[in-house]
Write a protein that binds this ligand. Structure first.
Ligand code: CP
Length: 322
């Protein structure tokens, strides 16, 4: 693996999941793989899980991790080629990224979309420019449209649950991604990425449910069944992934915020005793009810814990390829 920015960088999802689970079983089994190597974790946006799990994963591999809050402490970066930098940006990525490539053996980067211009966000300019100019492998810690470490974590967690309690007759799991209300417009990254990975994994019956007008980009959802009625979609689900996203077509907006889309016990009873997932952070009693988050069906903490093993599997793949 050279870079890790989407599912397309992964040859075999199940093999990567098994590697992650092997790291979980024995976190220090490759504790010298990253010896004398350094990873720079660049954050243009806030993070708790991604930041800490990546640092822990790097340390477990014997690698030094340095976090740099570019958005807060660094110079404002310019990403457009041929920009006339007479505005607020101070340094071009063309100049900054090669310097970072001298300091670090690997770079990991979190950016967010503007949610103002769909074409710009979906071009993934920020992460592509880092890949172009850094000269070292780049790992996405969430980009404008995708969150691949989160999605790998999600498949690790689903695989773990299915190994613990196999479905009768070896039937395929039904996985439902459901839109949830939120107070502000959020990126489509987690939903896009989850759809992309579940479709590429190809081992589940995959349903996406959302109000009309919240369609996601077809490039990621193709292969899923889309149902606008949440109750109908939830029927017999084995896993329910709850997430808000803003509109894709009329880009970056909140249309409806109907609180009926928040998953409650009453709606959960339609499922096949489904495990409930969320990438966190979650707005309690807006996106997900207390009764679900505090109930036995919630596996959100297990899921967030698995972020370490996803990151460790990816970093070790890249270190092994170097
Ligand atoms: N799920 C996730 O990416 O969490 P953080 O924003 O805290 O990193």
């Amino acid at each position: 693996m050279k870079n890790f920015v989407s599912v397309q960088d992964v040859e075999d999802i199940d093999a990567l999941v098994q590697k992650a689970l092997a790291h979980k079983a024995d976190p220090l089994k490759n504790k010298t793989l990253g010896a004398n190597k350094r990873i720079g974790c660049l954050f243009l946006n806030p993070s708790m899980r991604t930041r800490l799990s990546t640092q822990i994963a790097a340390q477990n591999l014997g690698m030094e991790a340095i976090v740099f809050n570019v958005g807060q402490d660094g110079w404002a970066l310019e990403f457009e080629d041929e920009a006339i930098m007479s505005g607020s940006t101070v340094e071009h990525v063309k100049d900054a990224a090669p310097v970072l490539g001298k300091y670090f053996d690997l770079l990991a980067i979190r950016t967010f979309p503007s949610l103002k211009n769909r074409e710009d966000d979906y071009s993934e300019l920020f992460i592509k420019q880092f890949i172009k100019y850094a000269g070292v492998p780049v790992v996405s810690l969430e980009s404008a449209t995708l969150h691949p470490l989160q999605s790998l974590t999600d498949i690790i967690t689903i695989s773990e649950e299915l190994a613990k309690a196999p479905l009768p007759g070896g039937r395929r799991a039904k996985i439902v991604l459901t839109w949830a209300p939120h107070v502000k417009p959020l990126p489509q990254c987690v939903a896009n990425s989850f759809s992309q990975w579940i479709n590429a994994w190809g081992k589940a019956d995959f349903v996406i449910t959302h109000p009309e007008d919240y369609e996601l980009a077809e490039q990621f959802t193709k292969g899923a069944t889309i149902i606008y009625n949440q109750e109908e979609a939830l029927k017999d689900a084995d896993f329910v992934y709850v997430k808000n996203w803003s509109t894709y077509d009329d880009y970056g907006k909140i249309y409806t915020n109907n609180p009926k889309w928040m998953l409650t016990n009453k709606r959960w009873l339609l499922t096949n005793n489904a495990k409930v997932m969320h990438c966190l952070p979650v707005r309690r009693n807006v996106e997900l009810s207390d009764e679900i988050l505090d109930g036995p069906m919630s596996i959100v903490t297990q899921q967030a814990g698995n972020r370490v093993w996803a990151a460790q599997a990816v970093l070790s793949e890249i270190l092994n390829a170097k």
